[in-house]
Design a protein around this ligand. Structure first.
Ligand code: GLA
Length: 724
């Protein structure tokens, strides 16, 4: 059991293995937050909330001034409710702003959880328990239900809420976040993952929060290349191993916000969910709206602990079970090999040569239905001159070679030059006579059900009968003027996401055993919403290994290694920078590994090297799928990157050291490993040497000793625990 309710004190205590989350029904039936952090005992919670009087704070009681919503920590805070801090929801009835005070009405606790209809959510495990708390605003006939879904073993609590209009008139929502969380004090650093196309999540941005409001958000209609829905709040002294760290992430792929505000009392509030810029939603009589889910975790073992909690939770509950812990295809993707000039002949040649490299899946990327990016999106008609056997025939030929077959799609888009757009010019997200264009394409209006169904049907028809094992689902432009011919303007961005998730669900149901990899012009939608549908995401079009180190390191703060799709490529297509094969392999094997280059150009000796890489990767793939990651050196703070992946039973580990710049100091550097069992003896599989976990973690590895070979290659040591 992980959710407790003390009826006498009206206290809710949510307990995970190492954390406690506590709130209560306070005076005037307000829902007061009491504590979130390291686990505390059940029986000694007192009211620890703020009952001071501050000038200008309005209070409920005529007799006493010491209860004001403005100084309480709250579980939800509507605008115009007496709390003058950043609200977590804002709504009005019939255009008038009313007083929106919420009172606790009831709650229920149960095993498991309800799925969230139409949106991604954390799937239940045997341990999952849910608390629903109902609050009402009786003056306006509004009901809120706050959901707390507890995943005790991984120290994760998921939160979301629904809002229902129980009145006869309509109600308009201007802000509808998924959660509100108040902390005493402001002694936190915030960490966000910042970037840009070709450098997605490459900057792990850390800064002390100050009084005022900090907002990490996206207005692109995607979670974006530039920002990410992940946020950490940690102690100023928190590092990879020690110190308190809270992590938050939103299961949403559209306009999101993580807002951190420090008020005049010096306290911190986190509000997370849908970004409210331009948002407004009308609820008719009896209608409801559900928010996206936010997951949060706490660790007193620093940022490493926070990341590992999230990795475990994502693998266990967000990624579909049937893929989460299973071998991921080692693909050869046609994009960097042929770009748009791909053909059946080239794909088969690629498949032939990839067979010798330990590759198991051939992916036909963009170009199978169009000669360049200017036409064909939306029509999805295979180019018969370049693909004479059609997709079905090609897939059969690839299977006959003993390989699996994957295909690229971009279902949410339409080219301006397409029959679909010519027939339905009102099916795009723009009501302008001259819509803004990007990559010669428009975003389809998925707020319209008929569009969702037409796209799904066309794709299903075109791929009918083809043996498809893998789909790469791309999305190559932002929503820049998201207006719909039919849907209300303020609802378009969110309805568009609901339509996109619906389209994903329809096609996933049709291609039931197909592994989906999502992508958005590289890594423009690397988020938990997408991971609910696709076990892995294309991380970035930048495959220069030096840049990839930063990009992949950034991703690892919030996302498990198996979700981070990485390819061995020519290495220099974005940067022109040279790197050795081995260095490229070491960097790419950080996540789910594959290839993206014209393997038919390489010699038998080179293919044998690549085959060796595929085999080495497979030996340790289980560490990506199930193990723990310990980041050892930050590339942002040093000229190196090092990490160790350790199996849960601590019997197997893989340590990797990569040098970004030859700064001369590595010879004398001793690097302490982490995550091993101090009591176990480990065999260094490269040298045969046997060392104790305690020695490896306290004395460390002398990096100079590794470099009897080329420094520019990077270095990996595999450790196996031996029975003594
Ligand atoms: C995006 C993807 C690439 C490739 C191209 C095809 O940029 O990130 O990997 O699929 O689209 O147009």
């Amino acid at each position: 059991m992980s959710i407790y309710f003390c009826a006498e004190k009206k206290i809710f205590h949510l307990q995970t293995a190492n954390t406690s989350y506590v709130f209560c029904v306070a005076e005037h039936d307000a829902l007061e937050h009491l504590y979130y952090g390291k686990k505390i005992p059940m029986d000694n919670i007192k009211y620890i909330g703020n009952r001071q009087w501050y000038a200008h704070h309005a209070h409920e009681s005529r007799e006493s001034r010491d209860f004001s919503a403005s100084s309480l920590s709250l579980e939800i805070s509507p605008f115009n409710s007496g709390d003058i801090r950043t609200p977590s929801v804002a709504y009005n009835v019939g255009g008038d702003i009313h007083c929106n005070r919420l009172r606790y009405r009831s709650h229920k606790i149960y095993q498991g959880r309800q799925p969230i209809e139409g949106l991604p959510y954390s799937r239940e495990t045997e341990q999952t328990e849910t608390l629903e708390v109902v609050l009402s605003d009786d003056e306006n006939n509004v009901l809120f239900t706050l959901y707390y879904v507890v995943f005790a073993d991984v120290d994760v609590i998921a939160r979301y809420q629904t809002m229902k209009n129980t009145g006869a008139g309509s109600l308009s929502i201007q802000r509808f976040s998924s959660m509100c969380l108040d902390f005493y004090g402001m002694d936190f650093d915030a960490i966000t993952l910042e970037g840009i196309y070709l450098y997605e999540r490459g900057h792990v941005s850390r800064f002390p929060i100050k009084r005022g409001v900090f907002k990490c958000n996206s207005l692109t209609g995607t979670s974006s290349h530039n920002r990410n829905p992940f946020l950490a709040l940690c102690a100023h002294n928190a590092d990879e191993d020690i110190g308190e760290a809270y992590g938050f992430n939103i299961l949403y792929s559209g306009n999101f916000m993580q807002e951190v505000s420090v008020d005049y009392l010096g306290d911190t509030r986190v509000v997370a969910g849908i970004d409210d810029t331009g948002f407004s939603w009308t609820l008719g009589a009896g209608e409801s709206l559900v928010s996206p889910e936010v997951v949060m975790t706490y660790s007193d073992q620093g940022l490493g602990g926070m990341s590992r909690n999230f990795h475990d939770h994502i693998r266990q509950s967000i990624i579909e079970r049937k893929f989460a812990y299973s071998h991921r295809p080692i693909v050869i993707n046609s994009w960097e090999a042929s770009y748009f000039s791909v053909s059946e002949e080239k794909v088969l040649a690629l498949a032939e040569s990839a067979k010798d490299c330990g590759v198991d899946t051939v992916v036909l990327d963009d170009g199978w239905f169009r000669p360049n990016d200017s036409k064909g999106l939306g029509d999805w008609r295979t180019e018969k001159d370049r693909f004479p056997s059609g997709i079905q025939g090609l897939a059969d030929k690839v299977h006959a070679l003993g390989m699996r077959f994957g295909i690229w799609l971009e279902p949410e888009m339409v080219n301006a030059d397409s029959d679909l757009y010519r027939t339905h010019p009102d099916w795009i997200l723009s009501t302008s006579k001259l819509p803004l264009i990007s990559r010669k394409q428009y975003v389809l209006d998925l707020t319209r059900n008929e569009v969702v169904e037409a796209v799904a049907n066309r794709i299903i028809e075109e791929l009918q009968g083809a043996k498809i094992d893998y789909i790469k689902w791309d999305f190559n432009r932002y929503m820049t003027e998201a207006g719909s011919f039919v849907s209300p303007q303020g609802e378009v961005y969110h309805r568009q996401m609901l339509g996109a998730y619906k389209l994903l669900s329809i096609l996933k149901e049709h291609f039931a055993n197909v592994l989906f990899e999502t992508c958005a012009g590289g890594g423009g939608r690397f988020d938990l919403g997408m991971l609910f549908y696709s076990p892995q995401i294309w991380t970035s079009d930048n495959t220069d290994p030096y840049a990839r180190i930063y990009i992949q390191n950034g991703c690892s703060y919030a996302y498990p290694l198996s979700a981070i799709s990485c390819h061995f490529t020519e290495g220099d297509c974005t940067s022109g920078r040279e790197s050795t094969y081995e260095f490229r392999y070491r960097v790419a094997s950080f996540g789910s590994y594959g290839y993206e280059l014209d393997l038919s150009k390489y010699t038998a000796e080179e293919k044998a090297i690549f085959k060796g890489y595929s085999e080495e990767y497979l030996q340790d793939e289980c560490l990506n799928l199930e193990g723990d990651l310990y980041r050892l050196i930050s590339p942002e703070e040093t000229d190196y990157y090092a990490y160790i992946k350790v199996s849960k039973d601590k019997k197997k580990a893989q340590f990797t050291f990569l040098e970004l710049y030859a700064s001369g100091l590595v010879e004398s550097m001793a690097l302490r490993l982490k995550g091993l069992d101090p009591e176990k003896a480990y065999k260094n599989e490269n040298t045969g040497e046997i060392l104790h976990g305690a020695t490896l973690m306290n004395v460390g590895i002398r990096i100079g000793d590794l470099y009897r070979k080329k420094r520019s290659d990077g270095y990996t040591i595999r450790f196996t625990a031996i029975d003594e």
